[in-house]
Ligand binder design. Sequence first.
Ligand code: AMP
Length: 280
Amino acid sequence: MTRPVVCTTVEQMRDTLDTHVSRGVSSVGLFPTMGALHEGHLRIARTARDENDLVVVSVFVNPLQFGPNEDFDSYPRQLERDIAALADCGVDVVFAPSTEQMYPGGVPVISVTSGRAGSLLEGATRPGHFDGALTVVNKLFMIIQPGPGIAFRAYFGEKDAQQLLLMQRMVRDFNHRVHIRPVPIVRSDEGLALSSRNQYLSADDAAHALVLNRTLRAVAAGELTLEQGRSAIDGEPGVRLDYLVTVDPDTLAETSPRAGALALAAAWVGPTRLIDNMKI
Ligand code: AMP
C-alpha cells in the first residue's frame, strides 16, 4: 500500500487538501485520533476509506484534554507504526502537527466550552477534558473542511459516547458543515473495548478489566440492577469504580435502565482509567 502523505504543519495540510479539491474529490472523511492506533481505530479508518474520495487521519496527542495529573507525558506515541497501519487501510493523508502548530503561543485565548453536558460523568472526573477535545476538533474542522459542494464527514467512535454526543452538539451549535459519522465499539474477543490505554494493563489487569463489559451486559439484560452492577465492578480485584449509570442517549440525563437507554461505566484498573458503554 502507498504511504500516506504526512503533513506536519497547518499550511501543508491546507495545501494538500486544496490540491485534492482542485483535482475534483467529491467527499472528504476526517478521523481525529491521538495515535497509538489499534484495531478499533483501523476499523474506523477503513469505514472512512469506503465512504470517501479522500481520507485524512489526524494524529495529535492534545495537551488541552489532559488534566494536570493525567497521562499526557506517558501517553503512547508511535507515529511511524501508525502511518504504516494507516497505509494498509488506504488512508491518503496523515495530519500529525506539533503542539506548536496547533497552539502557537500556548493555550488558545478563544476556546470551546462544553457546558453542563461536558461537566457530567467523564467531565466530573476529568474537568476541562471535553473543552480541550472540542477545541482541538473545532480547529481540525476549520483546517480540513473542504468547502462547498464537497461532502465532509468526521468519524467518531461510540466507545467515547459522551464525546460523540458533544461533537454532534458542537456541529449543531456552530453550524459546522460536517456530517458526524458514529462508528460502533470494537472489542477484543473477550469483550474488552479496545483502547490505546490497554497498553498500560498487565495481564492480570486485562483480565480484571473484563468486569466492565460483563457488568454492562448484565445490566443491559436486566440481570443486575445498577446497584448490584456497581458492587460487581468495585468488588473486582484491582478495580475501583468511578461510575455506572444509565442515561438518555440524547441528553445524558440519568434514567432507569430501560430499553433505549445507554449504560455507561468508568473505572480505574490498577492506575489505568477505562470507559465502556452499551445500548440497552
Ligand atoms: P483516541 O485516539 O483514543 O482519542 O480515539 C480516537 C477515536 O477512535 C475516538 O473517536 C474514539 O471513540 C475512537 N475509538 C477508540 N477506541 C475505539 C474502539 N474500541 N471502538 C470504536 N471506536 C474507538
